[in-house]
Design a binder for this molecule. Structure first.
Ligand code: PHE
Length: 283
């Protein structure tokens, strides 16, 4: 009984609508196609993606491939193969998140682990970069986070020299920061490279005159690099008597902050649309 009542009522409403629509004049039916459409907001790439893509583009142009690996990594690929002996204080350079149930596993602290995987799997000549997310147990501040993004690079062949490293990184710096950019290499230490260096670029804000970005030195540090330690090549079954190579690693956040003049790294992961939408249309 109730159901029939509902049916009758619905049908009556339907009929009245039908009548109404059938009686509209043709003029009323016309749509004004000249009216502006509903505005659509366009998505945009995250600034870190824009800069990562640019870095890939720059290195692809000189023959580097792009390689990828797992974010949960074992001790061998993240540390031991890279010449970080167990219990060695160099491991403290990178505060690590270990997986509690299996201390042999950790969140990778750098994408050098991908390079070990590439060296183990492929024969030289090798020329590849590894972009990806890495994790370190650091206090979160304007300059550091517990995760960030890196691009590390690797070049192995016969007779690769420090001059090749320098020229490749000078090329990168000029493509990324402008043709008048200069580079400076300072001696440093990494367990997997010998000799090792930190690379600075001439400050692209003050053009060397001194400002708070370069701490009034005219130079800004952007990456670590060096010649691959022969022990690392041997660990990965590449004959260090025949082959040599260089490696480098940079933080994408750092490069992005310099390119877009961003002074707090936390903003990259806050999902604040007011920040993110400023990059639409770029890249
Ligand atoms: N793996 C180093 C880091 O994460 C960077 C680096 C890579 C340094 C290759 C030298 C050579 O700090």
């Amino acid at each position: 009984m109730q159901v029939n009542l509902l049916k009758q009522k619905t049908e009556a409403i339907f009929e009245s609508f039908k009548e109404k629509f059938e009686n509209v004049t043709t003029d009323e039916k016309k749509i004004d196609i000249t009216l502006p459409g509903e505005p659509m907001s366009e998505g945009a790439l995250h600034p870190l993606s824009i800069i990562r893509n640019r870095i890939i583009e720059i290195f692809s142009a000189v023959g580097f491939t792009v390689s990828d690996g797992p974010e949960i990594e074992d001790d061998w690929h993240n540390f031991t193969a890279l010449n970080f002996p167990e219990e060695h204080p160099a491991r403290d350079m990178q505060d690590t998140f270990f997986i509690r149930k299996n201390p042999d596993l950790a969140l990778r602290t750098h994408t050098s682990s991908v390079q070990v995987r590439i060296m183990e799997k492929h024969k030289p000549p090798l020329r590849t970069i590894s972009p990806g997310r890495v994790y370190r147990n650091e206090a979160i501040s304007a300059r550091a986070h517990c995760f960030f993004h890196q691009v590390e690079g690797l070049y192995i062949d016969k007779d690769v020299s420090f001059a090749d490293l320098k020229q490749t990184l000078l090329y990168f710096a000029r493509e990324m920061f402008g043709a008048d950019t200069e580079i400076r290499l300072r001696p440093s230490y990494f367990p997997f490279t010998e000799p090792s260096a930190e690379m600075d670029i001439s400050c692209n804000f003050c053009k060397g005159e001194g400002c708070n970005i370069c701490k009034y030195t005219g130079w800004v540090e952007i990456l670590g690099c060096g010649m691959i330690d022969p022990a690392v090549l041997d660990n990965c079954k590449i004959d260090s008597n025949v082959y040599s190579g260089f490696a480098f690693g940079m933080g994408i956040e750092r490069i992005t902050m310099l390119v877009y003049k961003i002074n707090d790294l936390r903003i990259f992961s806050e999902n604040d649309v007011r920040f993110l939408k400023q990059f639409s249309g770029i890249g």
